[in-house]
Each structure stands twice: as structure tokens, then as C-alpha cells.
Design a protein around this ligand. Structure first.
Ligand SMILES: O=P(O)(O)OP(=O)(O)OP(=O)(O)OC[C@H]1O[C@@H](n2cnc3c(O)ncnc32)[C@H](O)[C@@H]1O
Ligand SMILES: [Mg+2]
Length: 198
């Protein structure tokens, strides 16, 4: 599959930064859906993969370009996998990282089991009705800590502690997060598939 230009189907500044950095070495021209005036896609589905597909198809339909979307979230063991697909709006509307983190920490008050993982599905469609979308996923395991640490990243990163590094995702240099994260793993798998002729 040869792609010269694609639209990033996300309105999340943190994600756009990370995805753009990961795609930079490929020599593909990357444009954000915001710069092309794409309307906000619905994300009504119970699974990450369905929401990622919906976002990618929507951006491809509105721009006529190949589109890449990420649907991701934080899955906390003691909360039965929540906030999961609802991670962006865990504390309700309007979306707020601060409010989401406050709710997460309140929900885990007094809970010993702090295990959690981030999950990302990245979907690439060549056109809105592409019958053969490229789909890849990745996970990143860690623990939720009550005290926020670090200024980097976005979303739940200040509370996502990686024991092997003794740092939160927000304390990691962006280049390091971009090699270790759920999104990095999904992107690696996707790019492997992209390189395979079909
Ligand atoms: O749908 P788009 O426009 O891409 O932006 P979004 O923020 O709504 O994205 P999602 O619907 O995929 O929701 C993902 C949420 O999961 C959280 N999240 C995902 N990846 C994360 C990461 O790398 N670090 C911290 N939080 C993350 C964060 O709260 C995101 O808002
Ligand atoms: Mg979203």
C-alpha cells in the first residue's frame, strides 16, 4: 500500500503530537482533520476497534484522503476494565483530563489492586468504504498512583506509573513514551502491515 498523504482523524492534541512524531520518518504528508474542517465523529460503540474504524471512515469520507484513527483508553483491573472506551468522558461532559483523573483516583480510594493498562487500536483506511482496513493494537501495563507526577504526555499519564522505570508516563521523555506506549506498539504493528505488499 503506497500512501503519499493522510489525514489524522483525532481532535486530541496529545495524540496528534504522538502520532505525528511516529509517522514523521515515513515521508508521508500528514494533515490533521482539524486543519481540514472535519466535523466531530460519533463514537457510540462498545469496542475500541469499532470506534477507531468509525473515526477513520468519517475523516476519509469528509476529506477524500486516506485516514488514520486511534481509539484508546485506560482499563483498570479493580474497576472491571473501566474507564475503557469511555476514558475521554469518564467524568462526563465537557471532556476534562483533570476531572477524569480526579474521578479515577476517587474511585480507587482504599483499593489495593492498582493494576491498569492502556490500550490502543489504530486503524488506517485508504477510503471511507475501504473493504480492507489495516488494524493494529497495543497495550501498556502499569499501576495507578494517587499522587500525580510529571508534566508530559496527556490524559491519565500523570497517574500511570510504570514500575520497571519507576516513573509515570508523564515523567517520561516524549521520545521514550513514543517507543514504550500502547500507541507505539499499535503503530509498530500497523507499519509492519503497511510494508507488507497486498
Ligand atoms: O477521539 P479523538 O478525537 O482521537 O480524541 P479522544 O481524546 O476523544 O480519544 P479517545 O476517544 O480515543 O479517548 C481516549 C482517552 O483515553 C485516554 N488516553 C488514551 N491514550 C492515552 C495516553 O497515551 N496517555 C494518557 N491517557 C490516554 C485519554 O483520556 C483519552 O482522552
Ligand atoms: Mg474520542
Amino acid at each position: 500500500m503506497t500512501i503519499e498523504r493522510l489525514v489524522l482523524a483525532s481532535n486530541n492534541a496529545g495524540k496528534l503530537r504522538e502520532l505525528s512524531a511516529m509517522l514523521a520518518p515515513l515521508g508521508i504528508e500528514v494533515v490533521t482533520q482539524g486543519s481540514l474542517g472535519v466535523s466531530e465523529a460519533e463514537e457510540p460503540h462498545p469496542t475500541f476497534v469499532e470506534n477507531a474504524l468509525a473515526k477513520a471512515r468519517h475523516a476519509a469520507r469528509e476529506t477524500g484522503l486516506p485516514a488514520l484513527a486511534d481509539d484508546s483508553g485506560l482499563c483498570v483491573s479493580a474497576l472491571g476494565g473501566k474507564p475503557g472506551v469511555l476514558s475521554a468522558r469518564y467524568a462526563g461532559e465537557p471532556k476534562s483530563d483533570l476531572a477524569n483523573n480526579a474521578k479515577l483516583i476517587a474511585d480507587l480510594h482504599g483499593v489495593d489492586d492498582r493494576r491498569a493498562h492502556f490500550y490502543s487500536v489504530i486503524v488506517l483506511v485508504r477510503s471511507a468504504d475501504d473493504p480492507q482496513p489495516l488494524i493494529a493494537d497495543g497495550e501498556w501495563h502499569g499501576e495507578i498512583i494517587a499522587q500525580a507526577r510529571g508534566e508530559g504526555g496527556f490524559g491519565y499519564d500523570p497517574h500511570f506509573f510504570v514500575p520497571s522505570l519507576e516513573q509515570t508516563a508523564a515523567e517520561l521523555a516524549p521520545e521514550l513514551k513514543n517507543t514504550l506506549s500502547h500507541r507505539a506498539a499499535a503503530m509498530r504493528h500497523l507499519l509492519d502491515r503497511l510494508k507488507t505488499p497486498s
